[in-house]
Design a protein around this ligand. Structure first.
Ligand SMILES: [Ca+2]
Length: 199
């Protein structure tokens, strides 16, 4: 009796622990990415509006398959990331399908504090700010929101932002949202808070 109990108890205990971890994990607050103050430009002097973008044209299924950036073609800058393209043109690429984009620039956090970012993408995307990868959803999928991405800003300024993105086919979406310190609804990161060096 005791032996049988012990034989059952091990696996049950393991299953219980797994269940506990599975339930507990989503409730844990994500650690905020702390942006290094040294990465910030003090002001936007010399920056041009919007984000720079370079395109490669390929039908990939995963971000890791994107390549050929040396042959990438620069496209018109992106004033904001607020693209719900449906089946139309992907960003400013001139194509409706089979597009990879390397997006580079700066994002302006105008005061210190706890900011939240959020990404909506279709298909794959990776967001890096001040050299820290905040989010990756690298596969083919329909429109999908990230969880809120906490960013701790110690010093106001313009921080380097990079996004890798691809659209395989069908509908395409790429949107970047934020919620400033103090809460409030997510809004599309405004054009005034984005810039690029233009070369
Ligand atoms: Ca798609």
């Amino acid at each position: 009796m005791t032996k049988a109990f012990l034989l059952v108890r091990g696996p049950l205990a393991a299953a219980g622990a797994a269940l506990f971890l599975g339930l507990a994990a989503p409730a844990l607050p994500a650690a905020a990415a702390e942006l290094p103050a040294a990465a910030a430009r003090a002001d936007g002097a010399g920056l041009q509006p919007g984000l720079a973008v370079a395109y490669v044209y390929d039908f990939v299924r995963h971000l890791s398959q994107l390549g050929g950036w040396k042959q990438a073609e620069a496209g018109p800058p992106l004033p904001q990331l607020d693209y719900r393209s449906g089946e139309g043109e992907v960003l400013t690429s001139g194509e409706n399908n089979g597009v990879g984009a390397n997006i580079q620039g700066f994002i302006h956090f105008d005061r210190p504090g706890a900011w939240l970012l959020k990404v909506t993408a279709n298909d794959g995307v990776r967001l890096t700010v001040a050299g820290q990868q905040l989010y990756e959803d690298p596969t083919v999928h329909g429109d999908r929101d990230s969880e809120p991405l906490p960013v701790s800003v110690a010093k106001a300024g313009w921080y380097p932002l990079e996004m890798l993105y691809f659209e395989r086919k069908g509908t395409a979406t790429l949107r970047l949202w934020w919620s400033p310190p103090g809460g409030g609804e997510f809004q599309i990161v405004p054009a005034a808070a984005l810039g690029h060096t233009g070369g």
